[in-house]
Design a protein around this ligand. Structure first.
Ligand code: TYM
Length: 328
């Protein structure tokens, strides 16, 4: 079983990234051969500061290590260090439908948010994502719910490639957790928590100080009524129940039962306490790991070396199947 996922080095990572994806990456190390990329090339598809990107890549790497990724038990690399990912992107374009790319929700949302240039890179973003996974013949892709459509597209791309050029690529499955796949913004529980599209007060960052986390939860928007239950007309409370269930590793029913007689205020403080305890060890480990730029760069170099060894023969198979590149 080979597992692959990618994470962008943009913004600061938030509770949604942590619960929906990062905990799954850590668990993946036990379940199979796990490969994770910090996708700096994806980050260049929207407006960004080139002077910051390398630093943000280190920030993201330090966070992943603090969360429990171990470079001896997984392959952890920077996307741009593995040219095979980029080259495969171009080759896969020949079996990617323009119409499908045009239907991607994230493209539409991000394109609408750009003030100046809507780059072609933003349009091709999902093909690069497909190449990331397909270059490693990964079986499983742990992600949050917002990546569902991108994974469907990568499956279509792999299937179309195999049908057109012969059985070459593995068609991967997504792995979306049952609890916590879509953590919502605390101020606007109708939209997902996000550092780019969400509200600052409604987005809990993994590295937020405990007092700040408490403040954000205390001011979380709740719904009418008093009952602490999950319901379609209670998006705020439902989100808080989901968060507490995820961080404690219990069911929604357990949380509803425990807080059956509680008031909203009391419940919000309990969720904050749960999240503070959950994130504390990560924040404590982070500073020390982040201080060592050289060590982080060495970790990335080691990961890239291993990644290239896997991706190079896959790319060679793709080239052979497509009739490009040298005669081997
Ligand atoms: P990124 O960096 O935006 O997000 C990283 C992961 O966090 C998940 N996530 C969430 N989960 C629950 N609730 C939320 N509110 C929430 N917000 C984000 C995302 O689903 C993601 O799993 N396109 C990818 C990066 C990527 C990738 C790949 C993923 C590039 N190549 C190959 C898988 C395989 C992205 O935007 O991640």
């Amino acid at each position: 079983m080979r597992i692959f996922s990618g994470i962008q080095p943009t913004g600061s990572k938030h509770l949604g990234n942590y619960i929906g994806a990062i905990t799954q990456y850590v668990a993946g190390q036990e379940r199979g051969e796990a490969i994770y990329a910090i996708v700096d090339l994806h980050a260049t598809t929207v407006a960004y500061e080139s002077a910051d990107l390398r630093e943000k890549t280190y920030d993201t790497l330090a966070l992943l290590l603090a969360a429990g990724l171990d470079p001896d038990r997984c392959i952890l690399f920077r996307q741009s260090d593995v040219p095979q990912n980029s080259e495969l992107t171009w080759l896969l374009c020949s079996v990617t439908s323009f119409g499908d790319l045009n239907r991607m929700h994230q493209f539409k949302e991000k394109a609408a948010a750009q003030r100046e240039l809507v780059s072609a890179g933003l349009f091709f973003y999902p093909v690069l994502q497909a190449a990331d996974v397909l270059a490693y013949r990964a079986n499983e892709v742990p992600v949050g719910d917002d990546q569902r459509q991108h994974i469907e597209l990568m499956r279509d791309i792999a299937e179309r490639f195999n049908a057109r050029f012969g059985e070459t690529l593995v068609v991967p499955e997504h792995r979306i957790p049952e609890v916590g796949a879509r953590i919502m913004d605390l101020q606007n529980p109708e939209s997902k928590m996000s550092t780019t599209g969400g509200s600052e007060q409604g987005t809990v960052l993994v590295l937020d100080e405990p007092a700040k986390i408490m403040k954000k939860f205390r001011s979380a928007v709740t719904d009418s009524g008093e009952e602490i239950v999950r319901a379609p007309d209670k998006p705020g409370i439902s989100n808080l129940i989901e968060i507490l269930a995820a961080v404690r590793g219990v069911s929604f029913a357990d949380i509803e039962k425990e807080f059956a007689d509680a008031r909203y205020g009391e419940f919000k403080s309990a969720v904050a306490d749960g999240v503070i305890d959950y994130l504390a060890p990560v924040r404590e480990r982070y500073s020390e790991i982040r201080a060592d730029d050289k060590g982080l760069e060495a970790t990335l170099a080691r990961g890239a070396q291993k990644a290239r060894e896997i991706a190079a023969p896959v790319l060679a198979d793709v080239q052979r199947a497509m009739g490009v590149g040298p005669l081997r």
